[in-house]
Design a protein around this ligand. Structure first.
Ligand code: FE2
Length: 279
């Protein structure tokens, strides 16, 4: 069975890529530049990502409490389980079967439009202040409000995206680079063993140095919509981002990231993931 290796903080992981579409390199161009990457003028542009404090301890606690209550309610409704003593970090003790987990995450995907009140409109000014320009949660092309995704990853589970760049789908389908920035906010269980792996500086690599699919990917038997990247500048190395409670991880939409294996022994990881466009 075909496999490929990735290293996260020096630890090697071999993953099956059986069923993956063909891998090839692109043209000798760097896609990220002053016109195509809205974080081009940020002091952290060279690295491609940064962590910034945006919530007070009280605000963070409020967010986490609200999310805990929402996930707990979904578990009760979907699985009819007793959720006495539930915490997000211990989620996997309550939801251990894959089928049950899929039932829960099918609902958490739409949590923000349904019953959980994360006031994204109130948060946007905080992100604008940190980045120094105006942002919107309205996709300028699709004229749709963006979704915030709640990602719940149990320890050692293999439900993570392969290494990818968020821009590739639009680049491949429409020869268009959407003007957005990625945001990733830790809620629970985010540690040096579970944080989001990044490839610093990878947005500045030529496409001729990036080996990837042009139509989704298959990792460990799971099919993903994102184009899977197998190699970048001859490397397979990723680094876990350092990001603490109350902070937001901003990263370029051109940056390679993914393979977010939760390598903790007994902690479920919960994070919010979304994009904001330049207004
Ligand atoms: Fe992504």
């Amino acid at each position: 069975m075909p496999t490929t290796d990735f290293a996260i903080n020096g630890k090697t992981y071999a993953v099956s890529i059986d069923g993956c579409p063909e891998f090839r390199t692109g043209k000798d161009i760097v896609l990220s530049n002053a016109d195509t990457d809205i974080v081009y003028n940020q002091p952290w542009y060279k690295k491609g990502y940064t962590s910034e404090r945006f919530l007070s301890n009280e605000e963070f606690a409020y967010l986490k409490t609200g999310l805990t209550a929402s996930v707990k309610k979904i578990i009760t409704e979907e699985l009819g389980l007793d959720t006495e003593g539930f915490t997000l970090e211990k989620y996997h003790h309550f939801v251990s079967e894959n089928q049950d987990h899929y039932k829960v995450v099918s609902r958490t995907r739409d949590l923000f439009s349904a019953d959980f009140n994360f006031p994204i409109e109130e948060m946007i000014p905080k992100f604008e202040k940190l980045l120094g320009f105006s942002l919107t949660d309205m996709d300028p092309k699709l004229k749709e409000k963006l979704h915030i995704i709640v990602r719940i990853n149990r320890p050692k589970s293999n439900d993570y995206n392969p290494p990818h760049k968020d821009i590739y789908e639009e680049v491949d389908k429409n020869d268009y680079i959407p003007p957005f920035v990625n945001l990733w906010i830790p809620i629970a269980g985010v540690t040096e063993n579970s944080s989001l792996p990044m490839v610093p500086g990878s947005h500045q690599l030529s496409e001729a140095e990036i080996v990837r699919t042009y139509d989704g990917g298959v990792v460990e038997g799971n099919t993903y919509r994102v184009r899977m990247i197998k190699e970048w500048g001859g490397s397979h190395d990723l680094e876990r981002a350092e990001v603490k409670d109350g902070e937001v991880l901003f990263f370029s939409s051109h940056l390679i990231h993914g393979m977010a294996i939760n390598a903790e022994e007994d902690l479920t990881r919960v994070a919010l993931e979304f994009r904001l466009f330049k207004a």
